[in-house]
Design a protein around this ligand. Structure first.
Ligand code: AMP
Ligand code: MG
Length: 272
């Protein structure tokens, strides 16, 4: 799944370089891919326990995407089966008046992971160079500075022990149309429909430009972006889970030191 990692030394062209419809990183069939995901979930559960036990590493996962691309369902599918105590999900909505009175990282930083924790951001500080840019909520000279501020913030998190993984879940305009239609037509899905998604959809090219530039400006060795083809849900889940599991495996985590005096404790317990 390395092929979805954005090379920080190059500039990407989102529409030319990435096809949201492909699933070429998996050589098997869809049902085999789904089975592989189940195995990855079990691995993730074990790795999370090790992460918590070792109490050293911090993991931050950032999810960004257009509406309906599947941020929520990626979280549900990838982390299903992982101890709920081990994963903290933070969702970032329109800032409250108090949040808006502060700098844009103020509301984000308290949700950064502590030692032994995995934090998942469902939307994130990146909204400040996406929705804010597309809707002119700040002048360009203000939002443009956020790239550097984001890079500095993420570098600080990385330098203090945080492994950062950022995923852009990439769907196309046609796929979004199908998904919105489904939300309107299936009664159990209607709760997910927001009329506000329709005007956003009209701004698709502006959003793609904003995503592309954000990815180009903030792909760093300490905080890489992955552009995940997301027209096929099973493949999107597989890519995200694979990257997370591979990354955690490479951290070379170890259970803390073994308990000393085991014989004595056993004796004490035997006699109790
Ligand atoms: P949803 O994730 O669909 O529940 O929607 C959350 C909404 O909050 C989206 O429309 C985001 O664009 C919006 N949002 C999140 N962060 C910000 C921000 N910093 N400024 C303005 N809108 C934001
Ligand atoms: Mg929405």
């Amino acid at each position: 799944m390395k092929k979805y990692l954005v090379d920080h030394k190059k500039k990407i062209d989102l529409l030319k370089d990435y096809n949201p419809d492909e699933y070429g990183g998996w050589k098997g069939k869809k049902d085999e891919g789904v089975k592989r995901l189940e195995k990855l979930r079990r691995e993730l559960d074990q790795l999370q326990e090790l992460l918590y036990a070792e109490h050293k590493q911090k993991i931050l996962i950032v999810l960004q995407a257009m509406d309906t691309a599947g941020k929520d369902s990626t979280i549900r599918n990838v982390f299903e089966g992982v101890n709920p105590q081990g994963v903290k999900v933070a969702s970032f909505k329109v800032p409250t008046p108090i949040e808006a009175d502060h700098d844009f990282l103020w509301r984000v930083h308290p949700h950064a992971p502590g030692k032994g924790e995995i934090a998942v951001f469902n939307r994130s500080h990146y909204e400040q160079v996406l929705v804010v840019r597309v809707h002119n909520l700040e002048p360009e000279k203000v939002w443009r500075k956020h790239y550097k501020q984001i890079n500095d913030f993420e570098r600080m998190l990385a330098e203090t022990g945080t492994t950062i993984l950022k995923f852009f879940l990439h769907i196309d305009l046609d796929e979004q149309k199908q998904r919105l239609l489904e939300r309107i037509e299936i009664p159990e899905k209607q709760w997910k429909f927001s009329p506000g998604d329709l005007p956003e959809r009209k701004l698709w090219p502006e959003y793609m430009k904003a995503f592309e530039e954000a990815i180009n400006e903030t792909s760093k060795p300490w905080a890489p972006w992955y552009v995940v083809p997301a027209n096929h849900n099973w493949y999107r889940n597989l890519v995200v889970a694979s990257v997370i599991v591979d990354t955690l495996k490479k951290l070379d985590m170890k259970y803390p030191q073994a308990v000393e005096n085991v014989t004595q404790y056993r004796k004490e317990l035997d006699g109790s």
